[in-house]
Design a protein around this ligand. Structure first.
Ligand code: SAM
Length: 293
């Protein structure tokens, strides 16, 4: 059975008396071509584990399982399990887990299910739009043993994840994701390939997780504090945006920090690349750890 065929989806939903929950971002893919493109982008190798987040009716799950060693699918909605039982029938390398992906310790889950292997795994997901950013940050910040993440997200979010410094879409989320991973927008996905149709277009993004962050920072918390402050009021100069970050640092001290980091305090945060944010954060960290006179 092809769970991505429009007729199949309608049949499954009515036969199982399943109610589509908008609140869980349930828009099911009904286009075999897009399903194949996502699975090809994930590139599951025969010896690999793929974690799928939000399998829904199993559109991606089936094809992933045909190529990977095993698929662990984390789905929050238990009402989908009888449907998945039908669409995934005959596959013995899929484990369904009823859980909230935002609260999942993925290394632990993979370790428990794959019996002690510590290998890297891949993640594939057609994500509900409302959890995209928190989920990506959860996957990256926890430094799970993930090699690649292939996600379908709202097109606007895809543009933000892959934006270049200086563009309107470049923001704190761009810096944060690119700190941990190399991001690439792969292709757009139009609304009609889902049941029900979402209100926005989507796009698929691939994140290649880095072994070490893109830039070396003395204190990650300081780095992210400055990044967030720099983008909170985008129109402000960096000097104005950052001078409220620490009440003990005067404007004069901030001017020293900018000088040491070789960054013009009159620039706006949205023009800084990762290296420049790292330079600024490292001088900031060294000033904070200086012994008081
Ligand atoms: N993968 C399927 C497809 O492409 O047709 C379904 C995608 S649908 C956009 C998102 C899926 O994520 C739904 O099945 C929904 O129930 C599930 N979901 C929503 N929030 C979740 C969460 N916090 N943890 C795990 N799954 C979640």
């Amino acid at each position: 059975m092809d769970p991505a065929a429009p007729g199949t989806v309608k049949g499954l939903i009515s036969r199982h008396g399943f109610w589509i929950k908008k609140s869980l971002g349930q828009n099911f893919l009904v286009d075999g071509n897009i399903v194949r493109k996502i699975v090809t982008a994930t590139d599951p190798l025969p010896g690999e584990t793929v974690v799928e987040i939000g399998p829904g009716l199993g559109a991606l799950t089936r094809l992933l399982a045909e190529r990977a060693k095993q698929v662990i699918a984390v789905e929050i909605d238990g009402a989908l399990f009888p449907v998945l039982g039908e669409t995934l029938a005959g596959l013995d390398n899929v484990t369904l887990v009823e859980q909230d992906a935002l609260k999942t310790d993925f290394n632990r889950l993979v370790h428990e299910i794959s019996g002690g292997e510590n290998k890297k795994y891949k993640v594939a997901a057609n994500l509900p739009y409302y959890i995209t950013t928190p989920l990506l940050m959860h996957l990256l910040e926890e430094r799970f043993s993930i090699s690649t993440i292939v996600v379908m997200v709202q097109e606007e979010v895809a543009r933000r994840l892959t934006a270049a410094p200086g563009s309107g879409e470049y923001g704190a989320v761009t810096v944060a994701t690119n700190f941990y991973a190399q991001t690439r927008m792969l292709f757009r996905v139009p609304r009609p390939v889902f049941i029900p149709r979402p209100e926005v277009d989507s796009a698929v993004v691939r994140l290649e997780v880095r072994d070490t962050p893109a830039v070396s920072v003395a204190d990650e918390q300081h780095f992210f504090t400055l990044v967030r402050a720099a983008f909170q009021q985008r129109r402000k100069t960096l000097l104005n945006a950052l001078s409220g970050v620490d009440e003990h640092l005067s404007r004069g001290k901030w001017l020293d920090i900018f000088r040491h980091a070789d960054i013009d305090p009159g620039r706006r945060g949205e023009t800084l690349d990762l290296q420049e944010f790292a330079r600024l954060a490292n001088v900031f960290s060294s000033v904070l750890t200086e012994e008081p006179d």
